[in-house]
Each structure stands twice: as C-alpha cells, then as structure tokens.
Design a protein around this ligand. Structure first.
Ligand SMILES: Cc1cc2nc3c(=O)[nH]c(=O)nc-3n(C[C@H](O)[C@H](O)[C@H](O)COP(=O)(O)OP(=O)(O)OC[C@H]3O[C@@H](n4cnc5c(N)ncnc54)[C@H](O)[C@@H]3O)c2cc1C
Length: 543
C-alpha cells in the first residue's frame, strides 16, 4: 500500500500550485487521470484577475465581482480573495511565469474583460493557462518530494465512516482507491491529507469548452463521502464555442465581438439586436440565451459569427490562435463565417469549503473549480477562477503545514472477487451520450419545471443501471466518469429545482423574476454527520 503525507487529486493550477507550496516539508503524490497538461487550466486564455495595478483597488474588484455574482457572492470571501490577488501574481512571477509587460516599461500589462470596470487581468499573451502550467509542471517534475501518477484515476475516497460504521467517530478521509488506466489494477493509497483539485463538471453537457477531464469526479466523490455541496445549478455557458465535428471544445473569444464580429442565423441575418440594445456586445448570459432560443426555435445546429469585415492582417494580428486553429479546419475566418454554439464553460458551485480549503470531512480539502468558496455567487466574473485556485492553494498549504502529522490506519484493499469483465462497453458510451444530450436540452441555458423533472426522471433510471454495472463488472475510466457525471447531474437538477427564481446563470421560464430573498442552495448528503445546516440557509455560511 502506498503512503503519502498529502495526496493531491488533479494537476491543474489548483493541484500543482498547492503541491509546490507543500513539497519542501511534505511527501506528496499528484494523481492525474490523463497527462499532467490535461486540465482546464492549460486552456485558459484571458488571464488572472488581480488588483496589482495602481488604477485599481480592492473595493473596485469586490464591487465588480459582487455585481457579476447577482447578489449571491459571500462578500467576506470576495474581499479576502481580492486582497490576496497581488501576492498570488507575485508568487507566479517568483517561480518564473513571464507575464506580458507594457511596451514602454517593465510593469505588468493588464487587459480588461466583460464585467471588469478597470484593466486588471494579468496575462501571458492569449495563452495564459499554457504558460503558467508549463512553469508549474517543470517545477513539480523536478521536486524530489513529489511523486507523479499520470493516467491514474481516483475511483473513490476512503473514509473511516465507510470502513468502520461506528456512529460516533468524526468523518475523516484516510485515503483513496486509484485505477491504473493502462493495467486496470486498482491500488489503495493512504494519505494523511487529501486534496480535491479535480476541476469542474462541464462535461455533463453536450457542448463544452472544457477538456475531457472535467467530469465532476471530485464533486461526486466528496458527496458520496459525506460533504455538502452548494450552488450546483449555476453553470456558466460561454456563448461562442467552435462548432465542428473534428474540434470538440475550442473557445472563440468574446474579443472578436469586441472587434465588431456579428452573430448571424444560417440565412445570414443578424439577430442579437432583437434581444438586447447592446446587440452583439450584450453580457455573456444574454447572448448565450439568445443563441439557445434561436437554435431551439429553428431546430438549427449552430449559428455563425462573422468577422469578415476586418482585414486578414488585422485578424491575424489580433487573433492568431483562433485564425490558425480555424484555418486547420479549412475555415478562413477572414473570408468565412465561423459556426458557433454556446457551451458549458464553468461550474460556479461545488464542495463547500472554509477559507482555508477545509471541507466538512476531516483531512479532506477542496481547491479550485471543484470547490464552492462563496467567491462566484450566481455568476463568475471572468478571470476570477484562476485567482481563486492560487489564493486557496496558499491558504490550504499554510493550514496543512501548521497541523501535526497524521497517524495512518490500515485500509482495506479494493475487492474484485465478485466482478467479471464488462462485455458491453456500448452501454457506457450510449448512456454517456444520452445524459449529455438531455442535460443540454432540459437543464441547459433555459430551464422549465417540466424539463427539470423529466431530466431527473431519466437520471434516476440511468443511475440505477450504471450502479448495477459498477457493482458487477470490472471498472474502467469511462465507467468511473459516467458514474460521477450522473451523480453530478442529479445534484445540478436537484439544485435547479430548489431555486424558484431566475438569477445570474439560472434562468427558469416558470420563475422569470429575481426573488428578494438571497439564498445559496446547499445540498446535504444523507451521510453528512458534521454540524447540521438547514438545507437552504441564508446567504453567509458559518465558517
Ligand atoms: C477554454 C477555457 C478558458 C478559460 N479561461 C480562463 C481565464 O482566462 N481565466 C480564468 O480565471 N479562468 C479561465 N477558465 C476557467 C479556469 O481555467 C478553470 O476554472 C481552472 O483552470 C480550474 O483549475 P483547477 O485546477 O481547479 O482544475 P483543472 O485545471 O480542470 O484540473 C483538474 C485536474 O484534475 C484531474 N482529475 C479530475 N478528476 C480526476 C480523478 N478522478 N482522478 C485523477 N485526476 C483527476 C484532471 O485530469 C486535471 O488534471 C477557462 C476555462 C476554459 C475551459
């Protein structure tokens, strides 16, 4: 049995930065279900919000974040994150991230994005995530105290409640079961501290900007282990993801519309002016809703984004990555319209944590997109998520380093004595496709009571089928992810049903207005044994 002081599940920004902050003092394992680079963090384009600029202030950043969050952010947390943002950027610079500088001096260059009232986004050209992740990957690979397990997927957490049914002991995380993808063997790993840094759940939708790894595993595992989750109904949809059979999830930046690109129907007619006076520059949720409405009304597969009024050289200067990527697919965006669909982009909800990253379960932390910290409320302000990874990585690391070491108990091995090889992989792929399609159609950008209850009915049936499969056959990467996606889908739908209003990213045709009451949606599992919270308590969490 393998044994580590700290096991980190995930190699995105949250996982790698936490690992580096702990590695001089602790023996660390990083588990990553594909390669280290496979994460949303790698694909982040815009950058990282920070109040480092002399024209900015914490108050301004707080006010922009609260406005984006539609009155549902935890202001104390927003302020805390904003105050720590300059240190987060400085830490990245210290370890070697070469942010884009101003042309005339050596100061950081800041860009501006929707919802920000000042320039505050530190970036590395238009590939910030890739630049940051390559520095972090080099550092973790070189560190003697960090052991890396690529192509290993964590199946489930082991808690004392699961292995010893004693009613009195506090629920504590002791380790996990991990499947080696190439051999099919399931190993048991003991850990003093376990950190979920497993990212979001956008793969539960048919169209997503996220890489394949975003299957909500950490949220599902935490729920099964007994953690509460919050605000799962708030999924941010990006309005324009490339629609092409050979390209699953390439984001077409909002900046194109900033430079005059126009959204059009297949008959070449612009339509955004029918929905909002700001036309194509309306906020993300309004544009995404308008596209969704047109697609569903007309039964069309996509709409088109037209930037052909700009010259080729302008497009190549401003959008080199998008230009090249589309050209590879035989779309010359200086001459042709780009087929686009809205796509699931970010999970605002997740595992409830304190300011130091601790969850409801002892020795279990959650950091990054998997977590609900209170920062995002009902909608995420652009570029606040990478910042959240960095700030909570630091807080969790400080907290873990201040704790004494943990004694580690014996853990039971994975039991495969009563299972056989699965002979019908098609059941998994079919269910996976079915789930993502009905989540898109029934629990997507526009929701209704009828669609939500239909989705819940389907989820319950599929969960029973998949659970039976899970119990009777040898597990695989796809089966683990499908089981988790179904769990997360159920939590999203349950939260959406609970919210009887439209707010931020949750839009219901049956409840089109915003309620005066500001509530977060807290889901409590049956096996939750910590402090009791009312299911839907008022805004601020007790910390
Ligand atoms: C295209 C795109 C552009 C974006 N642009 C920006 C931006 O400019 N600014 C910004 O702030 N945010 C941006 N975001 C959002 C931001 O990138 C993510 O919220 C953030 O990177 C999440 O980091 P993370 O470390 O929590 O998770 P991720 O980076 O997604 O990493 C999750 C890791 O967990 C691993 N994992 C998951 N489950 C398991 C398991 N069961 N076992 C083992 N490993 C597992 C995965 O393999 C992966 O390594 C963007 C997102 C996308 C998709």
């Amino acid at each position: 049995m393998l044994n580590f002081d700290v096991v980190i599940i995930g190699s995105g920004l949250a996982g790698l930065s936490t690992a580096l902050k702990l590695a001089d003092k602790k023996k660390i394992a990083i588990i990553s279900k594909r390669q280290l680079i496979d994460s949303s963090s790698h694909w982040a384009q815009g950058g990282i919000a920070s109040t480092s600029s002399s024209e900015d202030s914490v108050d301004k950043h707080v006010s922009d974040t609260l406005a984006a969050g539609a009155d549902l952010c935890d202001e104390q947390v927003v302020r805390f994150v904003s105050e720590h943002s300059p240190a987060a950027i400085q830490w990245l610079q210290n370890i070697g991230v070469d942010f884009t500088k101003q042309a005339t001096n050596n100061l950081l260059h800041f860009t501006q994005e929707g919802g920000h009232t000042v320039r505050r986004i530190a970036h590395v050209a238009d590939t910030t995530g890739k630049a940051v992740q390559s520095v972090l990957i080099q550092k973790v690979l070189a560190h003697p105290n960090i052991r890396i397990f690529e192509d290993h997927i964590v199946v489930d957490l082991i808690t004392n409640k699961k292995i010893d049914l004693s009613e009195t002991a506090k629920n504590e995380c002791l380790g996990m079961y991990v499947l080696e993808n190439f051999s099919g063997k399931v190993n048991t790993i003991r850990s003093g501290v376990t950190i979920l840094a497993s990212g979001g759940a956008s793969k539960v939708y048919l169209y997503t900007t996220n890489p394949d790894v975003s299957t909500g595993d950490g949220m599902a595992m935490a729920w099964r282990a007994g953690c509460r989750l919050a605000n799962m109904e708030f999924i941010q949809f990006h309005p324009t993801c490339l629609f092409h059979p050979k390209e699953k999830s390439f984001l077409i930046s909002e900046a194109l519309r900033g430079e005059g690109a126009v959204l059009k129907l297949p008959n070449n007619k612009p339509f955004m002016h029918l929905y909002d006076a700001r036309g194509d520059l309306a906020p993300r949720d309004i544009v995404a809703r308008a596209i969704d409405y047109e697609m569903k009304k007309r039964g069309i597969e996509c709409v088109y984004l037209d930037i052909t009024h700009r010259t080729k050289s302008f497009i190549m200067d401003h959008f080199p990555t998008i230009y090249e990527r589309c050209l590879k697919l035989n779309i010359d965006i200086s001459k042709e319209q780009i087929p686009v669909v809205p796509a699931a982009h970010y999970s605002c909800g997740g595992v409830i944590t304190k300011l130091n990253g601790e969850t409801d379960i002892k020795n279990l932390y959650a950091i990054g997109e998997v977590a609900y910290t209170g920062l995002h409320g009902a909608n995420r302000l652009a570029s606040n998520s990478l910042l959240e990874c960095l700030v909570f990585a630091e807080q969790a690391a400080q907290n873990i380093l201040a704790q004494p070491g943990h004694c580690k108990s014996d853990l039971p091995q994975w039991d495969e004595s009563r299972v056989t090889d699965a002979d019908e992989e098609v059941l998994i792929t079919h269910t996976w496709n079915e789930l993502r399609r009905f989540m898109w159609n029934y629990v997507g950008i526009v929701r209704t009571n009828k669609r939500l209850s239909r989705a819940m009915h389907r989820i319950n049936m599929l969960r029973d089928e998949v659970q039976e499969f899970y119990q009777n056959f040898r597990i695989s990467n796809n089966l683990i992810e499908l089981r988790n996606l179904l769990q997360v889908a159920q939590l999203i739908v349950e939260s959406a049903i609970e919210r009887k209003e439209s707010r931020g990213l949750h839009y219901s045709r049956d409840f089109p207005n915003k309620s005066a009451e500001k509530k977060i949606t807290v889901l409590t599992p049956d096996n939750f044994n910590g402090e009791r919270f009312k299911k839907n308590k008022k805004l601020t969490l007790v910390r």
